[in-house]
Design a protein. Structure first.
Length: 313
């Protein structure tokens, strides 16, 4: 994991006003949490682009920690399990808002979530960046304490009333990873994406039906391609060469990693008819990787896959 993933910075760097103003539903009264997530207590809520405005209102009285996660990321699901455990143990001193970035691209963009997991907070309506990547539980608890201290300094000291059922809700336990998956994860932790790719490829060779390994391979391949590149340079190159396959693939990678799923799909599908056979094959292969990253059952993938099929046949 990069240095950016270590420690809570408490830096306010995002603007949620567009999302809040866009929502047309009535705002919740301060202190009233949105509907609870299925299978969790009211201290842990699932939110999306539209319902997040309720959490902004709630943050005027209770700190909100935001977990931007992806179901395809093993690192992300492990961190989510630890965050849920902490949310329950703090007995209403903060609310955990879980945002699945694949289904909430506007929130992913608003929080500048370049990858998952990304963790932020909202205090008194103010969004605050915390960290990117997975933290050990001790460091994660330290980050929560910083959030609570900052909230207290700003007069946000309310709590969500809890009962024993809330506090003792079942906690999802991270499952041990298969050996090759663990090997890949360890490589990702030290930013050795080539080694992670090799581990996932071995896992797929052993079990061609290993969907998690396929998704992991697609995700780590994306990270490997983006390593060392800057968004400004990639966008400038793509703007200068609209039909250059490498330049357009780079920007599509950046869009997907930032949660702009439909933009990534549209860029490549629009480019596709203009290419020769080799270029079309490269774009098709990249799209198939993207479909694994996002999830083959996702509605955006289904739509893009249909559009690709019409271009192919």
């Amino acid at each position: 994991m990069s240095d950016a993933g270590r420690g809570a910075s408490l830096q306010g760097a995002v603007d949620l006003s567009a999302l809040v103003n866009r929502a047309q539903q009535p705002a919740a009264a301060a202190g009233d949490a949105p509907a609870e997530a299925s299978g969790t207590s009211r201290l842990v809520v699932e939110v999306d682009d539209r319902s997040f405005t309720d959490l902004v209102d709630l943050s005027q009285s209770v700190p909100v920690v935001v977990d931007l996660w992806g179901s395809w990321s093993e690192q992300s699901t492990r961190l989510s399990a630890t965050l849920i455990k902490l949310a329950l143990s703090y007995r209403g001193r903060f609310v955990l808002a879980r945002v699945e970035t694949e289904r909430s691209p506007q929130l992913a963009m608003a929080f500048q979530a370049q990858q998952v997991p990304t963790v932020a907070a909202v205090i008194g309506g103010r969004p605050i960046g915390l960290f990117v990547g997975e933290l050990p539980e001790g460091e994660l608890r330290d980050a929560i304490e910083q959030v609570l201290a900052f909230a207290a300094q700003n007069g946000v000291t309310g709590t969500i009333p809890v009962d024993d059922e809330d506090a003792e809700a079942p906690e999802p336990e991270p499952q041990p990873l298969p050996p090759l998956h663990q090997e890949a994860f360890d490589a990702i932790e030290r930013a050795d994406y080539a080694a992670a790719i090799t581990a996932y490829e071995k896992a797929i060779a052993q079990n061609p039906a290993d969907a998690e390994a396929k998704a992991g391979l697609a995700q780590v391949s994306l990270l490997h391609r983006l390593q060392g590149k800057t968004l400004d340079a990639m966008r400038a190159a793509a703007a200068a060469a609209p039909t250059d396959v490498d330049a357009q693939l780079d920007v599509a990678d950046a869009d997907l990693s930032g949660g702009h799923v439909e933009d990534a799909f549209d860029r490549l599908l629009t480019l596709f008819p203009q290419l020769d056979a080799d270029g079309k094959n490269r774009v098709r292969e990249r799209l198939l990787e993207f479909f694994e990253v996002v999830g083959t059952a996702d509605g955006r993938v289904v739509k893009a896959r249909g559009r690709l099929a019409s271009l192919l046949y």
